[in-house]
Design a protein around this ligand. Structure first.
Ligand code: PTJ
Length: 277
């Protein structure tokens, strides 16, 4: 009887005056990415996951995009979650290629739109490129949601909604492109897709810049410039290089492109993933 009374009193005191431990001062539900603790050792990964979750909630990112993100995150962990020297060279060569291009296009899928919308708009402005939405899981609702999202982040012209041309020999939704966009482009940035579109675009004679954390994916394997880096780091780095090279002449840009060794870049990334630092 006495013990029951004691337990009752304990519960009343503690429920009325809950003791909050220091570890519980960070909210369990993060409403906005600003609430993420920037000093967390895996801050960038938390940020990436949060943006993908928000993208899914907003109808921008496909549920499968979460699987893609998980895969990317594992490779990034093995890379040390930093831009390795060979990726930095690739990002500089990519910027030079984009500046040399007559008609560069940056391709946007649901993961790219969720992760780096404003950063893609900035890169497009720095190299005078078009932004074109191209989805594997294409629906009119997602196309519109992504176009609106890009416009909210400063895009003025978003391509991909017309879909008045087709990439030959590609039997799925990614074949749908705009004639005055990817179809006519000479250089295309293809981020975050392990697929056959990269091969089909190569067969059309386009120069491809692929951003993918897995150096063994088909897309970086066929790309002229494979960038094995997290898109969250890669795109701002490319913009920075483009702004630095803005006044470079054609010879200097060509020299940067020609000195880039794609095989060496793929090998360096694989070696880092397999062997660590
Ligand atoms: O939006 P949709 O409908 O076009 O669908 C897009 C997804 C991403 C679902 C689709 O393209 C897909 O399934 O892609 P995969 O085959 O999973 O390939 C994605 C590739 O991107 C993988 O090789 C990942 O390692 C890589 N990746 C994932 N996140 C990142 C990344 N690479 C760079 N930065 C990342 N943050």
């Amino acid at each position: 009887m006495a013990i029951n009374l004691w337990i009752g009193r304990f519960l009343i005191v503690h429920l009325e005056n809950p003791v909050v431990s220091e570890h519980e001062t960070v909210s369990a539900t993060i409403e906005h990415e600003d609430e993420l603790p920037e000093d967390h050792p895996r801050y960038q990964d938390l940020l990436t996951r949060h943006r993908i979750e928000t993208g899914v909630e907003k109808g921008i990112t496909h549920l499968q995009g979460m699987h893609a993100e998980g895969r990317g995150s594992a490779f990034d962990y093995l890379l040390g979650e930093e831009t390795i020297p060979s990726a930095r060279k690739a990002e500089r060569a990519a910027a030079a290629h984009l500046l040399l291009a007559d008609h560069p296009v940056l391709s946007i899928n649901g993961n790219v739109a969720a992760l780096v919308p404003g950063e893609m708009v900035d890169l497009a402005a720095a190299v005078d490129a078009d932004l074109e939405i191209n989805l594997f899981n294409r629906t009119p609702e997602r196309m519109q949601a992504i176009a609106d999202h890009l416009r909210e982040h400063g895009a003025t012209d978003v391509k991909g909604l017309e879909a008045d041309a087709r990439i030959p020999n590609l039997d799925h939704q990614r074949a749908k492109v705009d004639e005055d966009g990817i179809y006519e482009a000479d250089v295309v940035v293809v981020p975050l897709e392990d697929g056959d579109r990269a091969e089909a675009l190569e067969a059309m004679g386009k120069t491809e810049i692929v951003i993918d954390l897995n150096p063994l994916s088909r897309s970086p394997q066929v790309a002229e410039i494979p960038i094995v880096d997290n898109i969250i780091r890669a795109v701002p780095n490319m913009t920075e290089h483009a702004l630095t090279l803005a006044d470079a002449d054609t010879d200097e840009l060509r020299a940067i492109v020609e000195s880039f060794d794609r095989e060496q870049a793929l090998e360096a990334a694989e070696a880092r993933i397999r062997g660590g630092l």
